[in-house]
Design a protein around this ligand. Structure first.
Ligand SMILES: [Zn+2]
Length: 255
């Protein structure tokens, strides 16, 4: 029943309302997940297991019932804690968070206060209404940028990357993750594909492209220095099991 509801809401609830709707759903179901086998790196709550999640085929043990974090969010949180100065810095950085994931918002707001800017084209969770292809901030504004799982949706992803580079301060850094098919060397895109074609070729009705291993190159061509960080592959099996984290490469960009 829970699986059916998650699958149904992913395919039928408009994207911009999905996170609020999902939280209502998952918090009521969390009673069935009481336990201490897995733990969320972001909200700190523990469960018997996480909820299943995914478009089409559901992944088991993926979604935190409390904060809605997924495997990739819990990985990023571990990375921020262990491999960056994000939580350790003395002065608060000026942060731009594009299409902010629900699980991070409260935590980042508490940490950064008015130095935290959330922005999105349509999400009601974001403070600034913004097209990432045309960012309404001056050059060199932000110390840190987060923009995850957006580029595959954007009409002109290279323009968006150049815009992110423009508003990042020299010396600033960011994390720009996208789904990548490592079996592919070149990115395959069709900006004019129909939703059915997108689902068929790019795996989701609203994806305009499928990135290949040239993803870093695309970021570099827009100005960034890119570090492909294999942080996830060096985590112990116990850590991966406890936090149910993804194994993806982290794309750390710098200016
Ligand atoms: Zn959580």
């Amino acid at each position: 029943m829970i699986k059916y509801l998650i699958c149904w809401s992913l395919n039928h609830v408009p994207r911009k309302r999905l996170q609020r709707f999902a939280q209502l759903l998952t918090r009521t179901t969390s009673i069935f997940y009481i336990g201490n086998k897995v733990e969320c790196t972001i909200c700190g709550r523990h469960y018997r297991k996480f909820l299943p999640y995914g478009y089409g085929k559901l992944r088991e043990n993926a979604l935190c019932p409390h904060c809605l974090s997924l495997e990739r969010h819990r990985l990023i949180e571990l990375y921020l804690k262990n491999h960056t100065e994000f939580y350790k810095g003395i002065s608060r950085p000026n942060v731009l968070h594009v299409a902010p994931e629900y699980c991070f918002i409260k935590k980042f707001e508490k940490l950064l206060g008015d130095k935290y800017t959330t922005a999105d084209l349509e999400s009601p969770l974001a403070k600034v209404k913004m097209d990432v292809q045309n960012i309404p901030f001056p050059n060199n504004t932000f110390d840190v940028i987060f923009c995850n799982h957006i580029m595959e949706h954007v009409y002109d992803d290279l323009l968006a990357m150049r815009e992110l580079y423009r508003v990042l301060k020299p010396g600033g850094w960011g994390i720009i993750q996208s789904p990548i098919n490592y079996g592919r060397t070149d990115t395959h895109e069709d900006r004019n594909a129909t939703p059915d074609e997108r689902k068929k070729y790019f795996g989701q009705y609203d994806h305009l492209r499928e990135y290949g291993s040239d993803y870093s190159k695309r970021l570099e061509n827009c100005g960034f220095k890119v570090l492909e960080d294999y942080f996830a592959r060096n985590l112990s099996p116990e850590t991966v099991k406890r936090y149910s984290t993804s194994r993806e490469i982290i794309y750390l960009v710098k200016k």
